[in-house]
Design a protein around this ligand. Structure first.
Ligand SMILES: Cc1cc2nc3c(=O)[nH]c(=O)nc-3n(C[C@H](O)[C@H](O)[C@H](O)COP(=O)(O)O)c2cc1C
Length: 364
């Protein structure tokens, strides 16, 4: 299945408009014969947020926004799937076109703006697979025209906690005006207080649901100090670093497409997001675990995220350029690092380079 997809379907799909290609991929995954997740290298198992991950390579949110194919993705070998972003009510997102490929840069710009089938649709799909196993988290966001964004998050946690392995609070999408202002210290403190109260209140009924916070890579280090301080004080379960960037590295070759508004992801995001990950790791001081995401397109890049401070990694854009076989390639590379004696277990490598990275010049 993976070989078929990468050799035949993917080159064909690249000829389509990116959003149509994505819809076709989701359809193909829906109807593909269900495969069991491959038995993996037991040394790659990760325990984080109270959950046992079979391997540390997850698919980032944005790929399966509406919870249509989580089991097909687990069957392809991902250690976990994060669906979403899901908003309370269905909403169309921004007008098309709203996804752009920067082929020479192996990058993507998107300004989807939380197009969502809404909570009820995602909830019924997740409920239908309840008991199927595998780690399926949900990424939640506020509706664009919401009058009380914090209330949207609270309500979504209440609804999804019984069917999701974890919940990610997304306040870092650049495509919903004003959303990232929730990252400011006092707004964040209010939001996390309500979220943690909700998590703890429903735990006796829904079971423990780890709540993670996904941040932008574009924060100043002062903002990051505040965010980590609030996250630690409020005792959230983990952070994800990070979302797409609104910056445009000067090295981008496709300068024409780079002018499109939206968040940039893929290879050029790697230096910035990995530096932000290391900066987060040194501030968190082991209070909770981190997921590293942004520009991972090889085993070495995944290992770099782990050495910068991530227990787990996620990827999306590189699947467009490298195909699904990249997932297996990354896991093989991680096993290889252990075979070579770089460490006895992956967790020994987490954060190994973080302090040194934070002393380097800021990535251009
Ligand atoms: C087309 C597209 C849609 C995305 N949608 C979401 C989303 O709904 N919620 C979210 O938290 N991140 C979303 N992201 C961001 C990814 O989850 C990820 O943080 C980012 O793309 C960096 O990883 P990558 O370089 O491996 O793609 C999206 C990314 C892309 C390319």
């Amino acid at each position: 299945m993976i070989g078929f997809f990468d050799r035949l379907a993917r080159p064909l799909l690249r000829a389509f408009d990116p959003e149509n290609a994505h819809s076709l991929t989701i359809k193909a995954l829906k109807f593909a014969p269900r495969s069991r997740p491959p038995a993996g290298d037991a040394r790659l198992q990760v325990r984080a947020f109270g959950l046992n991950f079979p391997n540390p390579v997850g698919i980032a949110p944005g790929f399966d926004k509406h919870a249509e194919v989580p089991d097909a993705l687990l069957g392809l070998g991902f250690g976990f799937v994060e669906i979403g972003t899901v908003t309370p009510l269905p909403q169309p997102g921004n007008p098309r076109p709203r996804i752009f490929r920067l082929e020479p840069d192996q990058a993507v710009i998107n300004r989807l703006g939380f197009n969502s089938h809404g909570a009820a649709a995602a909830l019924s799909r997740l409920a239908a697979r309840a008991g199927s196993g595998g780690i399926v988290g949900i990424n939640i966001g506020a509706n664009k025209d919401s009058s009380d964004r914090a209330a949207d998050y609270v309500r979504l946690i209440e609804r999804f906690a019984p069917v999701a392995s974890y919940v990610t609070v997304n306040i870092s999408s650049p495509n919903t005006p004003g959303l990232r202002e929730l990252q400011h210290a006092s707004a964040l403190d209010d939001l996390l207080a309500r979220i943690v109260e909700t998590r703890d209140r429903i735990a006796p009924r829904a079971g423990p649901t780890p709540v993670l916070l996904k941040i932008a890579p574009d924060l100043s280090l002062g903002d990051l100090d505040d965010i980590v301080g609030v996250a630690r004080a409020r005792k959230i379960d983990g952070m994800i670093v990070g979302n797409t960037t609104i910056s445009r590295p000067p090295s981008l070759r496709d300068q024409a497409t780079a002018k499109q508004a939206g968040g940039l992801s893929g290879r050029p995001l790697y230096p910035l997001s990995t530096r932000m990950l290391a900066e987060t790791y040194v501030r968190v001081e082991d209070a909770f675990r981190l997921i590293g995401v942004g520009g991972i397109d090889s085993g070495a890049a995944a290992l770099g995220k782990i050495r910068a401070g991530a227990d787990l990694v996620q990827l999306y854009s590189a699947l467009v350029y490298r195909g699904i076989s990249l997932v297996g390639e990354i896991k093989t590379a991680l096993s290889g690092a252990l075979d070579r004696g770089e460490a006895k277990k992956l967790s020994d490598l987490v954060g190994a380079d973080a302090a040194a990275m934070t002393a380097e010049n800021w990535p251009a």
